[in-house]
Design a protein around this ligand. Sequence first.
Ligand SMILES: [Ca+2]
Length: 415
Amino acid sequence: MPQVRTGSLLTGTYDPNSTALINERRDIKEIDVLRQIINQETLIRLAVLKDVKTVVDDISYLRRSVASTETMSSSLQQALNTLKRQVDSLRQDKTGAQKAEILQRQVDTLRRENKVLAERIENLERQIEINKSNALQQSVETLTTQVNSLSREQRRENKNIALNCENKIQETEQKFNRNIAELINNITLQTVKKGSKIKDCKDHYLHGQTQSGVFEIHPFHNEIQVSLYCDMETEGGGWTAIQKRVSGSESFYKTWEEYKNGFGTPNDSYWIGNDVIHQLTKGSNSSLYVSITLRNGTTLYELYHQFSISDETDNYKLFLGGPATGTLGDSMLDTGDSARDLSAMSFSTPNRDNDRWDGGNCAAVIIMRAAWCYNACHYAFLNGRWNPAHWWGPWYPTVRRGKTVRGTLMMIKRH
Ligand SMILES: [Ca+2]
């Protein structure tokens, strides 16, 4: 650094050409140069100071950073140590696993207990359901018992009602029947009074005739009057006898015309006539009652529920229907021999052969010799010759020979 001379400027006089002045001037220049140098140095120093300060600041910062880093490092170290200790502790401490295992076992135990509890809950729920069901069942049984009890009571009540109804119905029916009977009697009486004809024995019976005997009927609803025997006692009464034999006084060896119109006497023996039988049985259902009184006093009978004959143009064909009931047995309808069954057979007389026997006329041969609805020929035949030797099969096989017969009766009654 240059030396500065400061004394000359403050002392002497001013002489621009003096050596002193010249020296002064030279010194000023030097001072200026110095000043410039100083200024430059100052600037440099300032710059250096600034740099130094920056460096110092940097150092300070670095120091703080180092300190901070050290602090952090220390903290990290501490944390690491802690972790190490924890790791060691974890490594050395087996109880963790054991605790885990214990915890696992506890968890398992709890699970099992939960399962047991769940099962218990389920059982309890089932028991509740069962109890509910039992309660319902008991309720249903109780209700059923009550219903049954009510039903029994209702049935008893219904039975009583039914009995009462039945009694009332019976009473009503009886009253109705009585009224009807009275009405019929009144009508019959009025009919008789008006001159209308009684057509059969049932009319007489309904008119109040209850004693059997000979009556007169008007089967054709006109003036033609027929006398005949009415049975008012057998099977409810009202039976119209179409054939009656009590002795051998009347021969039944008759012609077609005689059987058509009838013959004999109502007090003894007779045939009512085929036209009358047809008239009485057409258009309504009738029953046929046959009886044979034997010489020993026994009377046998057979009742056929259905009976009628057609008219003359159809040869008075017989229609017979069951059921057949009685003590004679059936020897007309279903004999077991189709050549002897008589239903659907036409009427034959000694002078008119309508039978199914190709060998001749059943009504003309010596053991019959009387009219009948023959097939080829018969097991039942009530018009046979009274000569005991010549009447075969009045009612075979129950009554085989005419010699055992005391009397016969054929009666009809409309339903
Ligand atoms: Ca023949």
